[in-house]
Design a protein around this ligand. Structure first.
Ligand SMILES: [Zn+2]
Ligand SMILES: [Zn+2]
Length: 244
């Protein structure tokens, strides 16, 4: 399909002026991996497909659920958090944690304990459940939506329901681990909370189910601090240093 929609003149990924070619060539979307024929692309090798270009945060997570082939939850989360639809703080992060965990599990061919597959529908349900937790809950309700995302991901992995005692206990345990990390005395940051949620879910899956989803988000690796007016800098374990 030829891409002839009106685009911004700057690359969404790096800000370079886009190339407007005379003939369409095939490019791979930097956000979702979809291949599309397009006249417009970035001279630095970036390309953003029409759906990723125009989607809101929920739509973007749904695209990732269907198309993303990554095996690494941190990589999936970082790609989403660099998409323009993701505000610095906001409930989209509550859907992102289960999405990143479940997408990586699906792509690694990991099945649920009963042998059934993790499907696109499993991921979409994770996104829906996470997004239902309102923004600001961390400060207003004593729990954090991105931390609860760890519970959502494990609840879906185990097919937990309110009447399944052991399964719901594991889901609580995932959220508890994330909230434990979150007891740091700092102002809210949805990037830090996302890393807590991913780390808690990945640790639990590794320890209790022998499921390895790769490296947890590394300390001192945050690339978003300059965008956060409230960044706690050296007090945050993910702060990597002054502006980069
Ligand atoms: Zn670019
Ligand atoms: Zn795309």
């Amino acid at each position: 399909m030829t891409n002839n929609k009106v685009h911004n003149i700057a690359c969404m990924m790096c800000g370079a002026d886009l190339v407007y070619d005379k003939t369409a060539t095939e490019h791979t979307c930097s956000y979702c991996g979809e291949k599309e024929s397009s006249l417009i692309y970035c001279p630095n090798g970036h390309f953003v497909c029409d759906s990723c270009h125009s989607s809101d945060a929920l739509g973007f997570l749904e695209i990732l659920a269907e198309r993303d082939k990554s095996l690494d939850p941190k990589d999936i989360a970082d790609r989403a958090m660099s998409h323009p639809s993701f505000k610095f703080h906001g409930p989209e992060h509550h859907g992102l944690v289960p999405a990143a965990i479940l997408i990586a599990m699906k792509n690694r061919g990991i099945t649920k304990p009963d042998g059934s597959s993790i499907t696109n529908e499993t991921i979409l349900e994770g996104i829906r459940r996470g997004m239902r937790i309102p923004g600001g809950f961390c400060g207003y309700a004593g729990t954090c939506g991105a931390c609860v995302g760890a519970g959502v991901a494990t609840a879906l992995f185990l097919d937990s329901t309110p009447t399944k005692g052991p399964e719901r206990t594991v889901a609580h345990s995932a959220t508890t681990k994330a909230l434990y990390m979150s007891q740091d005395g700092l102002r809210r940051c949805c990037k830090r909370a996302t890393y807590f949620g991913l780390t808690a879910a990945m640790d639990l899956l590794r320890t209790d189910y022998n499921i390895d989803l790769g490296e947890s988000p590394e300390y001192r690796s945050c690339k978003y601090s300059t965008r956060n007016r409230d960044c706690e800098e050296q007090s945050c374990p993910y702060f990597r240093g002054p502006a980069s």
